[in-house]
Design a protein around this ligand. Sequence first.
Ligand SMILES: [Zn+2]
Ligand SMILES: [Zn+2]
Length: 260
Amino acid sequence: MKLTIRVLSILLSITMVWELSIPAIAFNASFASEPQSNALSAQSLYDLDTSIVVNGVNLPTEEYPVGSYFTDNGKGCNNHRTGVCGYASESQCNCKAYYNGVCLRAVQCYGYANYLYYRCFGSLGYRHDSFRNINLGTISSGQVTVAKFKELIEKCIPGSHLRVTYYKPDGRISNHSLIIMDWNEEGFSACECNLDAKCGVFVMRRAYEEYVPTLISVDFFSAPVIEIIIDRIRDFFNELYLSITKFNIFAPSKNKSFLP
Ligand SMILES: [Zn+2]
Ligand SMILES: [Zn+2]
């Protein structure tokens, strides 16, 4: 018994040291009481109150806050779907294709997601660097359910890049990229670009029950390997810590008196 307690106390102190040594991924855990719909109404698109910090980087970033445009000239694009958009060069169109000399390998929603991911984790994600990043999962066409989607979201860490195929409100099929900020039982919030087809920056809160029926598939869900491992280890020690405190192993015994 003494040995068990000793082992547990060592583990507990490791947990404490671990908690102190890892910079906290602080994020705003609050979630809107009224999750907003996927409809592209002006009211539903903006949520100025929500921001999180991932590895010291604010999401959304100060460079491109909600309501700004992720573009070369700071104004909205007016030429999407004319065939000119691309990332071969910054002069190709107004969509932003480079950040600090790094080609984002995509434009619009995908380019913005790669930019945020690069800011947070230093690489462009699973599709571009499968050594440093993993795919947390895919859901094939027609197989997306609320339960499966929720399970997938709960595997991620803030800053993960979710790529989906979905039905737009007008019924057209499209792809979209979202950088996950936080989540709870009802839904999740994300930084997103180009919901207005002009490269606008948005923070959206989406309820699973409303959002999942619009999805056709989840194409990938990129997260950095190291951060995921740290997250899992932290979860493990948190659960261990909770189970220790739950059973009051360190609580002083009420039956014994230490007085002579
Ligand atoms: Zn463009
Ligand atoms: Zn654009």
